[in-house]
Write a protein that binds this ligand. Structure first.
Ligand SMILES: Nc1ncnc2c1ncn2[C@@H]1O[C@H](COP(=O)(O)OP(=O)(O)OP(=O)(O)O)[C@@H](O)[C@H]1O
Ligand SMILES: [Mg+2]
Length: 266
């Protein structure tokens, strides 16, 4: 559970005070799938960076489950990021010379895990890239690169994935493939997913749309997800049954299909 109370982020630039965030109250429950929208400069990235513990607010209170994030030191924040959060960026942020499997294994290095390659391979399989494990970024399409980045974000079993315009550099067909990956992670692993987008058809995949303007939340509406273009098949073309429009979470026992190499949360 993410709870933001009256969060502000102000920047002083010369004589000017920029209120990037200006009194944001927002709660995000476990397992939610939501889009954050709003015009350029409205504070979306600032908000993601604060939720992701990459930045600290000027004022306000941020609670993540039982933690008061504002009281953690930088070292504790780094541990929190590594244990709980996964990040996906518009520009993929992959290392150019590293094969996919090594990119994905990297976050596990910090944990001293011994079975890194096997866990990384499972994460790549989860995003439908089992046949591209040894490809470097230059040998992959944009959508495949973004799927490597998603695999890297989820390899350490985060409970929350934050993505800042993850489809911003992709064409619309590839964007839908990537959204199908997010949807499946949310459906099958109950990972909380919050992402920034400018595109209505991308936001349409989620169950909730939060709108920002001038650093304030000006809209917060539930959304019935539409899965148009689902046949795009981010998972190698396999369909996982008709859950279109389903409001409720899949129950823990119904499994949601054959491929779930990572364990579910809890
Ligand atoms: N380091 C900084 N110093 C000063 N002002 C900043 C800084 N970072 C962001 N801002 C300002 O804060 C506001 C919010 O920026 P933010 O990057 O969160 O916007 P955004 O909604 O993500 O926009 P976009 O859609 O263009 O990515 C902007 O007006 C920006 O100019
Ligand atoms: Mg931004």
């Amino acid at each position: 559970m993410i709870r933001l109370h009256n969060i502000s982020k102000h920047y002083v630039v010369g004589p000017q005070v920029v209120r990037a965030l200006d009194g944001v109250d927002l709660e995000i429950g476990d397992g939610e799938f939501l889009a954050i929208m709003g015009p350029s400069g409205s504070g979306k990235s600032t908000l993601m960076n604060i939720i992701g513990c990459l930045d600290r607010p000027t004022a306000g209170r941020y609670e993540l489950d039982t933690l008061n994030v504002g009281q953690l030191n930088d070292n504790q924040l780094a541990i929190l990021r590594n244990r709980r959060l996964g990040f996906v960026f518009q520009s993929f942020n992959l290392l150019p010379r590293l094969p996919a499997i090594d990119q994905v294994a990297m976050p596990l290095l910090y944990r001293g895990a011994t079975n890194r390659k096997r866990v990384a391979a499972a994460a790549l399989k989860l995003v439908g890239l089992e046949d591209r494990m040894h490809h470097k970024p230059t040998q992959l399409s944009g959508g495949q690169q973004q799927r490597v980045a998603i695999a890297r974000a989820l390899v350490a079993h985060p409970s929350i994935i934050l993505a800042d315009e993850p489809t911003g550099a992709l064409d619309s067909k590839t964007s839908m493939d990537v959204m199908n990956v997010f949807r499946q992670l949310n459906d099958e692993l109950q990972i909380t997913i919050a992402f920034v987008t400018h595109e209505d058809d991308v936001a349409a995949y989620t169950r909730r749309i939060v709108s920002l303007r001038d650093g304030k939340v000006v809209g917060d509406t539930p959304n019935v997800p539409t899965y148009a273009g689902e046949e795009a098949g981010a998972y190698g073309g396999e369909q996982d049954g008709a859950d279109t429009g389903s409001e409720g979470r899949q129950s823990d026992s119904d499994g949601g299909g054959a491929q779930a190499p990572l364990e579910k949360k809890e």
